[in-house]
Unconditional design. Sequence first.
Length: 87
Amino acid sequence: MKLNTDKCHLLVSGHKHEEMWIRIGQDKIWEDKTVKLLGVTIDNSLKFDQHVSDICSKANRKLKKNYVVPFLLHLIVYNVCILTEFK
């Protein structure tokens, strides 16, 4: 079986001053700043900030599209949408 380098990701964590790459056969794989794996987005600092931001944006779009509600009910529904995304 041949490795498909187009589907490979390189995520290097830590302090560095230059972009890294690896060579596999004749192909180079350059370092990614963020990677989405199994639906979870992580960055090279191993933080989930972008993932949480995406979930909040998705929940906010659902609320704006489907509901016009008072603030407290809006907050409750917003929390429910976020919690369901983490399960």
